[in-house]
Design a protein. Structure first.
Length: 345
């Protein structure tokens, strides 16, 4: 049986497959299994363990992990509470669960359906969970490697321009001759965001999947903060001068909202950049952030594709607005470097 391993299972090398517990084991997020492709739908490829897009066909076998997913432009899906005959591929990086809702743009597109063949188990017969698998979990301490300045890229919604902004920030900061790291802290497994920022100029990149997380959706607060510290710990040997951190989705999303309300997390942040899709999301987002005592260093995102929207936001918000070319130029780095978050008491 040829098994196509997805990127989230890249660290799993030695294992056995237990077919006897597929109807009795109640999966949790991160549980790894072998699945057979039953019918193709939204996903006709998965991201393989070497980051290549791997074509899948009905009858193929993949190694993937159960996960929850929050994606307003794609699927909302969850790990089921009990075993089921069929599951859905929620994301190409190897997240499997059951779709609860989907964007209307996908109304005529069904998820790719899979059947579980067996659970992937270790030498003791225990189901392997990808989260923290053979990784060191570091308790949160707010320690930043090399006393680097941490720049947070957040957005109004999914697809508001956070990753593009993060990549442009990394490229602009590299013009100072300093070392720049990038961390995709939350989201659903796929390497395209970290790969983009690396291509934009970051010296080193990491994301939550390096700790085995197929998704951070529905993670508890303690685990999120420990995940952050563990990813920071990975960067110690790189001695970065700047760390650009992106958290996924919009301001109101569960994990994003928690992190922005967390004094522990915000205490590690030097400056915040807010990306928006349009002018109204910019204004409302500024209000939401003001309530959290967070003032962005500048605004950017998809709305900066329109000179008219840039003018509109600048006139009514009084905040700096930069497009991607201005950010990449490095001429406005002082807005990031001189700005320092102040955590309210």
């Amino acid at each position: 049986m040829r098994i196509k391993k997805t990127i989230v299972t890249k660290d799993i090398q030695s294992y056995t497959v237990n077919e006897k517990i597929v109807t009795t084991h109640h999966p949790i997020s991160g549980d790894v299994a072998i699945f057979e492709i039953v019918t193709l739908g939204k996903h006709e490829t998965v991201q393989g363990e070497e980051k290549r897009n791997v074509a899948i066909f009905e009858g193929d076998f993949i190694m993937a992990a159960f996960a929850d997913r929050y994606a307003t432009s794609q699927f909302e899906g969850y790990v089921p509470a009990e075993p089921l005959p069929l599951y859905d591929i929620l994301a190409a990086g190897g997240a499997v669960g059951v779709v609860k809702s989907k964007n209307y743009a996908l109304k005529d597109i069904e998820p790719t359906k899979v059947r579980i063949v067996g659970y992937v188990c270790d030498e003791k017969g225990k189901v392997i969970n990808s989260r923290w698998y053979k990784k060191q979990r570091v308790s949160f301490s707010a320690e930043i490697p090399n006393n680097a300045k941490v720049i947070l890229s957040i957005g109004s919604t999914m697809d508001s321009g956070k990753t593009t902004t993060a990549g442009c920030i990394a490229r602009g900061l590299k013009r100072t001759g300093k070392r720049v790291a990038f961390m995709k802290f939350t989201g659903t497994v796929h390497t395209k965001d970290r790969d983009f920022v690396y291509d934009a100029g970051a010296d080193v990149v990491t994301d939550f999947s390096d700790m085995g997380f197929p998704s951070t959706y529905m993670a508890d607060k303690e685990e999120l903060l420990d995940l952050y510290e563990s990813l920071l710990a990975k960067l110690y040997s790189e001695k970065p001068d700047y760390i650009v951190v992106e958290i996924a989705d919009g301001l109101l999303q569960r994990e994003t909202n928690f992190l922005l309300n967390s004094k522990e997390f915000i205490s590690t942040i030097n400056s915040v950049v807010f990306s928006c899709g349009d002018s109204l999301s910019a204004f409302q987002g500024i209000e939401v952030l003001n309530e959290l005592h967070i003032t962005p260093a500048f605004l950017s995102g998809r709305f900066t594709m329109s000179p008219l929207l840039i003018q509109e936001v600048q006139e009514h918000s009084g905040m700096p607005v930069l497009d991607m070319f201005q950010i990449m130029s490095g001429e406005f780095n002082d807005l990031l470097i001189s700005h320092r978050m102040v955590v309210a008491a």
